[in-house]
Ligand binder design. Structure first.
Ligand code: TMP
Length: 192
């Protein structure tokens, strides 16, 4: 039996980390075997991508190629074997992150081509929060220019996510409490 592949997406501070854990616990209690994972993954390339994110020196194109190389490794070594073993895979970020973040500065058509061979999740849930809310959750107050620049970028990423939400890509309002957000996620997953 093939398992289910569920992805949680959203801007920084949208609560993916918390909600993927809650979902994993919920499904385990219901008797499912779960692989809880995330991207960038723990591969050498994933770790390198995370390091580069902190330095912010590399071009977006190079970064998205790194994310795609990491994704290929993640799919081959973790995601597909788990699905084949009948596990439910819950992944914090996947191809949609490349499309939503990357298309702030790169053509969406190029990003789609780069990502089109990866297996499609059965369900993707976008945790939607305004950029201000995401930023506050991640960092608290910071110097205004920095905050403004970052807020602008995250607002664009949020718009990109919402524009990509079609078919098996659902949107959940994640600006309320953890409990409220999880209740909305549970409703969608229970239907699956
Ligand atoms: P996070 O792991 O802290 O959520 O963030 C990883 C960062 O990398 C986040 O800013 C989004 C970005 N990213 C992309 O731009 N494209 C991708 O494919 C992935 C996986 C992450």
């Amino acid at each position: 039996m093939k398992g289910l592949f569920i992805v949680l997406e959203g801007i920084d501070g949208s609560g993916k980390g918390t909600q993927t854990k809650l979902l994993s616990e919920y499904l385990k209690k219901r008797g499912r075997r779960v692989l809880l994972t995330s991207e960038p993954s723990h591969s050498v390339v994933g770790a390198f991508a995370r390091e580069q994110l902190q330095h912010r020196k590399m071009s977006q194109k190079w970064m998205q190629l790194l994310f795609a190389a990491d994704r290929q490794h993640h799919v081959e070594n973790d995601i597909l074997p788990a699905l084949k073993a009948g596990k439910t895979v819950i992944c914090d970020r996947y191809s949609l992150s490349s499309l939503a973040y990357g298309s702030v500065s790169l053509p969406l058509s190029w990003l789609k081509k780069l990502n089109h061979t990866f297996p499609r999740p059965d369900l993707t849930i976008i945790l939607d929060v305004p950029a201000e809310v995401g930023l506050k959750r991640v960092r608290g107050q910071r110097r205004s220019l920095e905050l403004y620049e970052r807020k602008n970028l995250l607002a664009k990423v949020r718009r990109n996510y919402l524009a990509l939400a079609k078919g098996d890509i659902k949107v959940v309002d994640a600006s309320g409490s953890k409990k409220e957000t999880f209740a909305a996620i549970k409703m969608i997953v229970d239907k699956l």
